[in-house]
Design a protein around this ligand. Sequence first.
Ligand code: SAH
Length: 220
Amino acid sequence: MRKYEDLYRHKGMRNQLVSLLREKGIVDEGVLEAINTIPRHFFLDSAFDAIAYEDRAFPIGEGQTISQPYTVAYQTQLLQIKRGDKVLEIGTGSVYQATVLAQMQARVYTIERQKNLYEHNKGYVFKSKYPNIKFFYGDGFEGLPTYAPFDKVIITAAAPFIPPKLIAQLKVGGYMVIPVDEADGSSQRMLRITKVGENATTEESFDLFSFVPMLTGKNG
Ligand code: SAH
């Protein structure tokens, strides 16, 4: 059984990470507070304690990654999370992003397509602290029609296009934050889609990022 300890030195490393994120332009205090609160090292193998607070992505098994802290902060800031927001996340992965949203008092519905990651997350360390995260095994391109509509949708894998079913599951006035493949496939442009009417959206374009691919269908 793994022992989870959040020590003074971890808190120190989190403080430094938060300072770095401020320098890189993150201004949403709710996002910064969440990152300062959540022990990111609990989401990685215990051998990678210090690396957990470097601003970099990291493998979590099954060829998947925990997103870079800056990327998590960036996407979350674009979502403009308000207490009680109902948020759909595609790509549960390590659950770190979902935890940031939950710490900000969102109601999180997160989908993972890899069976073993989904099964692994049944042992999520903060289950009792964040009952506002609900876990699903499925194909994110389908979303969760039973639980729709959502105030916000966040995609944490490289999307080949904007999934129409996820737009359909967004409330009017809601945001989707999604990294969409560039034409040459080398990186993804972060987009924020606003649903301005039942059949109308507007789009804002932000920086380039690098994500693992959003794949169709379930695995496992
Ligand atoms: N949000 C995660 C980062 C995940 S990496 C975190 O905070 O750690 C991207 C994840 O998306 C991977 O776990 C991958 O298996 C998952 N994924 C890729 N395509 C998917 C799809 N169509 N539906 C659901 N999950 C998907």
